[in-house]
Design a protein around this ligand. Structure first.
Ligand SMILES: [Zn+2]
Ligand SMILES: [Zn+2]
Length: 330
């Protein structure tokens, strides 16, 4: 599969896709019901592949990999450890697979890789002077335990009635509707948490750690300062307001925890054969790592467009970003 059919490389060898970054038609104005319907079922589109995959994964995790709710009525270190080990295994599987395929086996070389260089083997700015070791460390030592704390807190709250619980038999419509709402909660929560993390004082304390990865790889996704993890996962607290089933809590938390792997692959497409590819569509977030103050969110809700921080990858958007910076005297 020839990357040049999908984009071009500049003089430095950086790849950029031909198609400008665009949002789905969900929030287009005037509304386009036909386009929304098409996008809903398209591949890639709203359902396929990722949203459906994460919903199915959540159902699998809840039914096969989560102890019964009754065990969470009182706090138990044993059950906390069970969830922690399960989450470590999930993280190793997801982040590890992307990393091994693209960065260890280098199955497609630098084809579709935004930055032609491989992550630095030795760089002093990273913990252990090594990007991959640094990223794995912050993911497993801070990210996964804080994800687990939120999950156990919410399961404990469900078990004790502090979170209003719905069931598929009593509230079938709400039960299904919440699976469609979770991706929006994920995205809007991420946008506002991320904007907050870019406040200069908070950036200096916490978010700079994530931004050390200017040439990200999958493990960079959840490589964050503990304070950032606390803020990042806090959108799950919405379930103290919105009645839900534990499977929705797991849906949101597992997306927040595992989706950053694909969001930081550093590749525009993952080639799966001569003519097939998975469009990772994460150019927007790659540009955020490159230029810092653009594209705080990516996906369906055009928040960056509404708040004036959108960079669609085109030369015009780049000029607009430079103009904004000049106005602010940067
Ligand atoms: Zn990032
Ligand atoms: Zn950032």
């Amino acid at each position: 599969m020839d990357e040049m059919n999908f984009g071009s490389r500049d003089a430095r060898g950086n790849f950029s896709p031909k198609k400008p970054i665009d949002y789905g038609p969900a929030f287009a104005w005037p509304p386009k019901p036909g386009a929304v319907l098409k996008w809903f079922f398209a591949f890639p589109g709203y359902l396929l592949p990722w949203n459906l995959l994460y919903a199915i994964a959540a159902i699998g995790i809840w039914y096969f990999l989560t102890p019964q709710l009754v065990h969470f009525q009182t706090f138990s270190l044993f059950w906390f450890s069970v969830i922690l080990v399960r989450n470590i295994v999930l993280a190793l599987l997801v982040y590890g697979s992307w990393h091994i395929w693209l960065y260890v086996w280098r199955k497609q070389g630098t084809s579709f890789k935004y930055n032609r260089n491989w992550p630095e083997e030795t760089a002093e700015r990273f913990t252990f002077n090594n990007q991959t070791h640094d990223n794995i460390f912050w993911t497993l030592v801070s990210g996964v335990p804080i994800w687990t704390c939120y999950e156990v807190l919410l399961l404990w709250s469900c078990a004790n009635g502090y979170v209003a619980m719905i069931t598929p038999s009593e509230n079938p419509v709400m039960f299904i509707a919440l699976f469609f709402l979770v991706p929006f909660v994920h995205e809007v929560g991420f946008y506002f948490a991320h904007r907050f993390l870019h406040f200069p004082w908070l950036y200096r304390i916490a978010h700079h750690l994530h931004h050390r990865n200017n040439n990200p790889g999958p493990w960079s996704g959840l490589s964050m300062h503990p304070l950032e993890h606390i803020i990042y996962f806090s959108s799950a607290l919405i379930f103290f307001i919105v009645p839900a089933h534990p499977v929705h809590i797991i849906n949101l938390l597992s997306r927040l925890s595992l989706a950053p792997a694909q969001g930081h692959t550093g590749f525009d497409r993952v080639a799966t054969g001569d003519s097939a590819s998975i469009d990772t569509s994460y150019y927007a977030h790659y540009l955020h790592h490159k230029y810092f103050e653009v594209n705080y969110a990516d996906g369906m809700v055009p928040l960056d467009k509404w708040f004036g921080s959108f960079h669609d990858g085109t030369a015009e958007a780049h000029e607009a970003m430079k103009h904004r910076r000049r106005k602010r005297g940067i």
